[in-house]
Design a protein around this ligand. Structure first.
Ligand code: NI
Length: 352
């Protein structure tokens, strides 16, 4: 658990200590919970985002299809269930094999990129109705919040690594990030037979990811010694994890940990008095207004992920201090961020 407030103010007496704790968590497990963030992102903002997300996915399929993502690397628009197969596979062939063996991921997504990227407009639903206009405004605001949080977290990482706190500022200021709304639809009881999961085991590609979860659970990370560990949804936390680009950038000092989303066991009793099915305080604030029927089988799950990337033009090469005194020195060749990220995206999104 890392509190955000000390990281907002470099003159805070605990700024350095908190930065070191954040880096240490990314070095050991690759995952952490960020707490105490409401001065930057109020709970009401998250409630609003989750409500808009649920309303969006409840739109008729033909409306969503008009906003479909145009290509793997556009990172914008709607992806119907089955479009993406997240995977640890690094190539189109590896991912295709997994797609055949385990089946496609049972989720639909809507992706949002930064404004003003030439030749890559965002297909907003704002031409459909007023709700679509409000959706666009809410998501644009939230996109900028995520960008701000990215800068703050990268400053903490810089300080933890013993670099100037502004070291990454100019490398993340474009905001080549990706805000993703996810909806895992309700499914029947037998849907998760044969090893099928909500989202297959994978590492994220970028620098860091911020995950806002509902209270359903199901996120698991791979343990160092093998096997999976639950990342329990916790009230008032943002799950932060490091991605492959940051691991590579840090000469693997920072860990990008494999994770997946499985379906948590069905509640033993559907009775509302059963404490295990009573929503926690946080879930009531972030649970969508349009829930789907929960009669038989697995209820739907909503989450919001904010994938941060270095600016596409940044050259990713082992950071100062991460390789000089390491046996073997640099483990990777330098690569442009865009080239690295696009090769990963094209592998997972499949060919249309
Ligand atoms: Ni992920």
């Amino acid at each position: 658990l890392i509190p955000l407030t000390p990281l907002l103010d470099p003159s805070s007496p605990t700024f350095t200590l908190t930065s070191q704790a954040l880096l240490s968590a990314l070095r050991t497990s690759g995952f952490l919970y960020l707490t105490d963030y409401t001065s930057l992102i109020p709970s009401s903002t998250l409630t609003n985002i989750f409500n808009h997300s649920a309303t969006f996915f409840a739109r008729p399929q033909h409306q969503k299809e008009t906003l479909a993502s145009r290509s793997a690397t556009s990172n914008r628009g709607y992806n119907r269930p089955g479009r993406e197969k997240v995977s640890h596979g690094l190539t189109v062939e590896e991912v295709a094999r997994e797609r055949e063996e385990i089946g496609e991921d049972m989720k639909e997504t809507y992706e949002i990129g930064r404004e003003g990227q030439e030749g890559n407009p965002q297909p907003w639903p704002d031409t459909l109705d007023q709700t679509g206009v409000e959706f666009r405004e809410a998501m644009q605001d939230f996109f900028l919040k995520g960008k701000e949080l990215h800068t703050i977290v990268m400053r903490a990482i810089a300080v933890g690594l013993g670099l100037e706190k502004e070291f990454f500022d100019k490398m993340v200021d474009v905001g080549d990030n990706n805000l993703r709304l996810l909806h895992y639809p309700a499914t029947g009881k037998g849907a998760f037979a044969n090893g099928r999961v909500r989202a297959g085991a994978h590492c994220d590609y970028g620098s860091v990811t911020f995950l806002f979860q509902d209270a359903r659970g199901g996120l698991q990370v791979e343990k160092l010694e093998g096997g999976w560990m639950d990342v329990e949804p916790r009230d008032g936390t943002i799950v932060v994890n490091a991605g492959d680009a940051l691991a590579r950038w840090s000469n693997d000092l920072i860990r990008s940990t494999k994770h997946r989303v499985v379906e948590p066991p069905l509640p033993s009793s559907p009775s509302p008095s059963n404490p295990s099915s009573t929503p926690s305080t946080n879930s009531s604030s972030t649970s969508p207004s349009h829930s789907e029927p929960e009669a038989e089988g697995h209820p739907p799950r909503y989450s919001v992920a904010y994938f941060c990337n270095p600016n596409y033009e940044v050259w990713i090469d082992a950071l100062p201090g991460t390789w000089e005194n390491v046996e073997g020195g640099k483990k990777y060749e330098g690569i442009k961020a865009k080239e690295y990220l696009f090769s990963r995206l094209e592998a997972t999104m499949g060919k249309e």
